[in-house]
Write a protein that binds this ligand. Sequence first.
Ligand code: ZN
Length: 487
Amino acid sequence: MKLQRRICAYSHAIDMIQYDGVTGAPGNTAANRGASLSVLSEDVYRMTTSEETVRLLETLDGQKEALSQKEQRMVHLLYKELRDMRKIPMEEYVAYQALVVEADDVWHTAKNTSDFPLFRPYLEKIFATQKRFAEYIEPDKDPYEHCLSQYEEGLTVGTLDHFFDTLRTQIVPLLSAVTKKPTVDDSMRHGHYPIAAQEKLSRYLMELMGLDLGHVGLAVTEHPFTTSLGSHFDVRITTHYYEEDFISSMYSVIHEGGHALYDSGSADDLAYTVLDGGTSMSIHESQSRFYENIIGRSRAFCDFLFPKLRELFPESLRTYSAEDFYRVVNKAEPSLIRTEADELTYCLHVMVRYELEKRVFAGELEVGDLPAEWNRLYRDYLGIEVPDDRRGILQDSHWAGGLIGYFPSYALGNAYGAQFLARMKETVDVDGCIAQGHFAPVNDWNRKHIWQYGQLYTPAQILDRVLGQPFDPQYYLDYLRDKYTAI
Ligand code: ZN
């Protein structure tokens, strides 16, 4: 417990420094933060891999039966991380850390100038290193499956192939039917929405969602995200405001607010242990996208919220109705950028990335051929032409940061959320509550079934416990079909 407290305290400092870097820090202070971060990271590495820690974890692992369920899980997670870390030669680990920092920098330039050849050597090294690390850690396992398991314990290529095939065969025809209909007028997204009023809306939404503003903060960054500082008692979310379009920030706040509800919903006795916070990226996304889309883009919520929006933006929304708002926030059309994609097309964007990662790892595709393959898959799945690499292969920061195997979490999260909804509706009148802006029964259900456990259970165990039946993407597909057929 003392070791975990120390790790949490170091994480608190490291995360706070990083958070400051993207929120309040002046422009030319990155090197200053880097100096402190490298000292702290080295301490953490030493602390988690020292002989003392190894002996401690070996001893505890050897006496599992004397430990409680929570303690066993803590030892399992800490010991697994330690064993994985020790299989990677120290100098390769350090070189890789330097590589991703540099790669991220080069990626920014490459994206701005749409210059894939500039980024290509870095991406080749990142893919090669990730594959090599996977082989060090789990030599008998398919290296891509190892990468997937880092974000979703136990996830296999077989499961994902089946999942994405099911999605593609039903979403592609639905999308082509939707795009044959007259397009939705989204002039609402090109108005004038003062930032001060949008800030009021953010606070209103956070309180409405049941976030405790004494423990959850909001800041402005280039890209919205959520982070916990030290424990689930201090969670920060961020958003980005656009003066001409309040909808973008509004749904960022709800999405990140969903992450924050999950993080801050861990049972208090998990604080300052490795069990604090969400169990996997996909379960995390199931929560954030549940609040953003399933709740936030539902008719019940749009009808409830619209009078408040009219009050905050009286001039710009004067000529619009709740029905207009509902249609605008559910407008579906093939687009180039994943983060701006609607609910219907979102998973197709993820599928492209999954296909490409899988084939590069299998040696079927060279990194140099990625842009052409990317463009071909966008034509195939979404029916659109990618005009340049900036809006194609270079759009996401994930690969530059070494996050390979991460993207499928987004699609799984969408699908889990829809099946959670079906289960929730057995005991909660979801639409009835949301129509009155009453989030408590929905939050209580999520807290009881998901949030309170933190990382005590694996994602598969959470699914088992919540669903009481196997995960089935058909719930998600039915949800999409019903919603978009009606619209
Ligand atoms: Zn998210």
